[in-house]
Design a protein around this ligand. Structure first.
Ligand code: NAP
Ligand code: MG
Length: 506
């Protein structure tokens, strides 16, 4: 082991160095990492993707194509088909046929075997799926490799287990499948949201037509290939690509029995209106503006890491992000100082680099929206603090940003920005923290940091949000339900609760 000694630098500053002259340690660049990009050379993507209907890839009826780009390079990765309402009709018919002829006729045990197979095949393809997710959506490979893909497999494993145990899930009741499910998902967790939708639907005996977001269709199309390789009966899973109108065609199709939507509150409201009065069941998983509450007795260094993780990793593209920090006055200065120092160390850059903390913003549209909110925040009188490092020249990148002096009625506090932007407010008493936490139109997720278990119970019971994390943030498990209060949506996904929307109980 080398022992460090001290030597004087030119400006008189004392710097530690190694006694071995060949092993001089440069402490100024201690936190700079060498590049460690994941190779994407072996990734096999088609130039052009058709729709996945009835177990095969078929061209869209109008032949209209769209591009998906890599937001870190702004280069096109692949073309995909824009499905029309005629294509959706074909997909729904295929799902109906599969529902009536095969899938609903299988025993739960047989369905479970297929779902386990899908779970295992996601694991087998984990590396490629993670790389494709990062290329298509801009999220750091560390996140797609360690969170998105393993969790997607875990949700399939979990719901595979329920397929032959539905009688135990709903004791004394008979659970029957709903039929054909239309499922529409966003771009922030493409494969993971697919698993939240498809796994419980199939376990309960339904068939599906799923549309991924237009900026991130590739892992869903890769999943379609996995369904083929797994020998899943034709038509049980149909993947249709396109933009908003394609999603609307699924929602409006008269032979769909249930709609599962995850996305913005704005589109959720449109969908709820068009479903009003129809026979369709629905669940809506919408936006959020998560309060993360730090009490004076919290473990500060852990809280700082928790805050960084809750808002900056994955570019703040997280519906349950802790985008509003509420900190008790006595520790506010100390905590904000530590937070700014930690923010300064964050690495923004190539999503495929394993050292990257903050990757690319998913699309130009989202990039512009975040920048617009930065301007709004400054105009509203909040004080802006940003990481000082240069951003990459190409691609859509945003600096991690903190706004102090933010007021409760400010738009940056009330509206979902969906980017690496944290607002900070202070409070004096637990009641003031609860009032501030509840004072937005959303209620998806929140965090509480304190040394006192009693405070966790007292405060969490008064916070109107579907999830309350205590002394941690953004932790997921397939057995645990997830969903929102107020404008964050209706219905739950995950756990036993996630099966309810996919069954009719007799
Ligand atoms: P979005 O714009 O609402 O889009 C979601 C999906 O709906 C996309 O596939 C989109 O297609 C499609 N769509 C657009 N207009 C439609 C219409 N009129 N009818 C039917 N479908 C339509 O949301 P996003 O920007 O992709 O995702 C970010 C939002 O998702 C955030 O608000 C976030 O909070 C929320 N989210 C919530 C949860 C949760 O569990 N609560 C989880 C993840 C994300 P295009 O992509 O082609 O526009
Ligand atoms: Mg893309």
């Amino acid at each position: 082991m080398t022992q460090s000694t001290k030597e004087k630098s030119k400006n008189g500053e004392v710097k530690p160095t190694s006694p071995n002259s060949d092993l001089k340690l440069d402490f100024d660049s201690f936190w700079e990492y060498s590049e460690a990009p994941e190779s994407s050379d072996h990734i096999q993507l088609k130039e052009k993707y058709d729709l996945f209907i009835n177990g095969e890839f078929v061209a869209g009826n109008k032949g209209r194509m769209m591009n998906t780009i890599n937001p870190a390079t702004e280069k096109t990765i692949a073309e995909f088909t824009e499905a029309t309402s005629e294509d959706i009709d074909l997909a729904v018919k295929s799902a109906r046929r599969a529902y009536e002829k095969t899938w609903s006729k299988l025993t739960g045990k047989e369905r479970g075997k297929y779902i386990y197979r899908l779970a295992r095949m996601i694991q087998e393809h984990a590396k490629d799926l993670a790389i494709i997710e990062s290329m298509d959506g801009g999220k750091p490979i560390r996140e797609s490799r360690d969170v998105d893909v393993p969790l997607a497999a875990a949700y399939f494993f979990y719901y595979a287990g329920w397929a032959d145990k539905l009688d135990y899930a709903f004791p004394g009741r008979k659970a029957e499948p709903v039929g054909v499910c239309g499922q529409i998902i966003p771009w922030n967790f493409p494969l993971l949201m697919l698993s939240w939708k498809i796994a419980p639907a199939l376990a309960a005996g339904n068939t599906v037509v799923l549309k991924p977001a237009e900026t991130t269709p590739l892992t869903a199309l890769k999943f379609a290939e996995i369904c083929q390789d797994a020998g899943l009966p034709d038509g049980v899973v149909n993947i249709v690509t396109g933009a908003g109108p394609t999603g609307a065609a699924i929602v409006d199709h008269p032979d769909v029995d249930k709609i599962a939507f995850t996305g913005s509150t704005e589109v959720g409201k449109i969908i709820q209106k068009s479903l009003a009065g129809s026979k369709k069941k629905f669940t809506l998983e919408l936006g959020g503006k998560g309060p993360n509450i730090i009490f004076e007795d919290a473990p500060i260094d852990q809280a700082v890491e928790g805050i960084i993780n809750s808002i900056f990793f994955n570019q703040g593209h997280v519906c349950c992000a802790g985008s509003r920090l509420l900190v008790q006055e006595g520790i506010a200065d100390k905590l904000i100082k530590k937070l700014k120092e930690r923010m300064e160390t964050l690495i923004v850059g190539d999503p495929l680099d394993k050292n990257t903390d903050i990757g690319a913003i998913n699309s130009k549209k989202q990039y512009e929206k975040i920048n617009e909110y930065l301007k709004i925040g400054v105009d509203e009188g909040a004080t802006i603090h940003q990481n000082s490092k240069e951003l990459p020249e190409n691609g859509y990148f945003c600096k991690p940003t903190i706004f102090t002096d933010a007021g409760q009625s400010n738009r940056i506090v009330q509206e979902e920005i969906f980017g690496p932007v944290l607002t900070i407010q202070t409070f004096r008493t637990p009641d003031e923290a609860i009032d501030k936490a509840n004072n937005t139109p959303f209620g998806l997720a929140s965090g509480i940091w304190t040394d006192k278990g009693s405070k966790i119970f007292k405060v969490s019971q008064k916070i109107r949000s579907g999830v309350v994390w205590a002394n941690t943030y953004n932790k997921f498990d397939p057995t645990s339900p997830f969903g929102g209060y107020k404008e964050s949506g209706m219905g739950r996904e995950g756990g036993l609760h996630g099966l309810y929307p996919y069954v009719n109980l007799k």
